[in-house]
Design a protein around this ligand. Structure first.
Ligand SMILES: *Cc1c(COP(=O)(O)O)cnc(C)c1O
Length: 381
């Protein structure tokens, strides 16, 4: 099987699983309990928090665990809106956010907030200048995705943060796709709140965090037992958090190697008739490839690739199983028809050049089959 869908899910690293096992078996204590088993579970959580804080260059108090990216994004958006609503009702975001930011923003619109969805240029870049122009006296915060999950474009978050901070406006960024691939130290990124998750970095699914810079006010997410600094109540998922930290410890970005593979892949794909690259050629995640295939429906393409043992994606994993036109590609100015021809390949630690070459070969054949043309007649090579 050639797995090229690491942006949707990464395999659980076997060493990470090993660190989790005790907490799924003998170490079942409630971290809030006074006795030894409780204290040991508490220690494991706090050690995990410190590991994660070190990685992102923040303090342990700035790491609040959640159940993943979706929860962190929902919390950031709804929490900041609730906390800051006395100051204004204007919020800045983009048309290319992950659904877990986009949908909460739409909810806020229904509740009387004015949300500005910035449109990217044709390569998927939001110019910092657009942020400057979008700010009004009523702007209370902005949420801008760091690296896009579909087309891989990387935004200039440090510059965007600078512009917002000059006006005392908070910035949240969704960094789920960035953590494995590009620098994510809090001080360098510049955001006040940052969403991260475990299931995209070879850790267990269902764990994540919202990193919240000290002195940033946000209403608690869940009320109850007072866990997570009274911000997110509920008995902690100890094993998952231990695994999350173990996965963070193992992150070793190999940008040059990944970029070489990516660019080789893109180069081969672009040799096929009617194949074009979506997103920015350079300002993109080292592991992201997203192409449109003229005249070919992506659902048919994915099914045929799957039959050949190749796992790819239509852009983002969709819970319904059916593919809807990507809001990201529509925001780039594509028509629904064009957007329905896009395929995303995302690379991971185990991806090899051989796998890529095999994929290109099968992909080319399938495209010609689906178009009903003979390969020799149209192949540019
Ligand atoms: C996967 C992903 C999410 C959602 O994370 P979950 O942990 O699956 O809830 C949010 N944002 C981005 C950019 C993602 O890639």
């Amino acid at each position: 099987m050639v797995y090229l869908d690491y942006a949707a899910a990464t395999p659980l690293d076997p060493e990470v699983l090993k660190t989790m096992m005790p907490y799924l078996q003998d170490q079942y204590g409630n971290p809030s309990s006074i006795h030894q088993k409780g204290r040991e579970a508490r220690a494991a959580i706090e050690e995990s928090r410190t590991t994660i804080a070190d990685f992102f260059g923040c303090t342990p108090k700035e790491v609040v665990f959640t159940s993943g990216g979706t929860e962190s994004n929902n919390w950031a958006v709804f929490g900041l809106a609730e906390t800051l609503k006395g100051r204004g009702n204007h919020i800045i975001t983009t048309a290319i956010e992950h659904d877990s930011v986009l949908k909460p923003m739409e909810q806020l619109q229904d509740r009387g907030f004015e949300v500005m969805f910035l449109q990217p240029n044709k390569s998927g870049i939001i110019e910092p200048q657009q942020i400057a122009e979008a700010i009004t006296p009523k702007t209370i915060f902005a949420s801008i995705i760091y690296a896009n999950n579909e087309i891989g474009t990387i935004q200039d978050i440090p510059e965007i943060a600078k512009i917002l901070h000059e006006k005392n406006i908070l910035l949240h960024t969704d960094a789920c796709q960035a953590v494995n691939e590009i620098p994510t130290k809090m001080a360098d990124v510049g955001a006040d709140l940052m969403t991260i998750n475990s299931g995209k970095i070879y850790g267990p699914k269902g764990a994540g965090a919202l990193l919240i810079k000290e002195n940033t006010n946000i209403t608690p997410l869940l009320f109850g037992g007072g866990q997570e600094f009274r911000m997110r109540a509920g008995t902690e998922n100890v094993a998952a958090l231990v695994g999350f930290a173990a996965a963070i410890k193992k992150i070793q970005p190999e940008p040059l190697k990944t970029i070489r593979l990516r660019d080789h892949f893109i180069e081969q794909l672009l040799k096929i008739d009617g194949v074009t690259l979506n997103g920015h050629p350079k300002m993109r995640l080292p592991n992201n490839i997203n192409v449109s295939v003229e005249g070919v429906n992506n659902e048919s393409l994915l099914v045929r690739l799957d039959m050949e043992g190749i796992a790819a994606s239509a852009g983002s994993a969709c819970s319904s199983g059916s593919i809807e036109p990507s809001h990201v590609l529509l925001a780039l100015g594509q028509t629904k028809e064009q957007a329905a021809t896009s395929i995303r390949f995302s690379l991971g630690k185990d991806t090899t050049k051989e796998q890529i070459d095999k994929t290109v070969e099968k992909f080319t054949q399938i495209i010609y089959d689906l178009r009903g043309t003979k390969r020799e007649q149209t192949d540019k090579q």
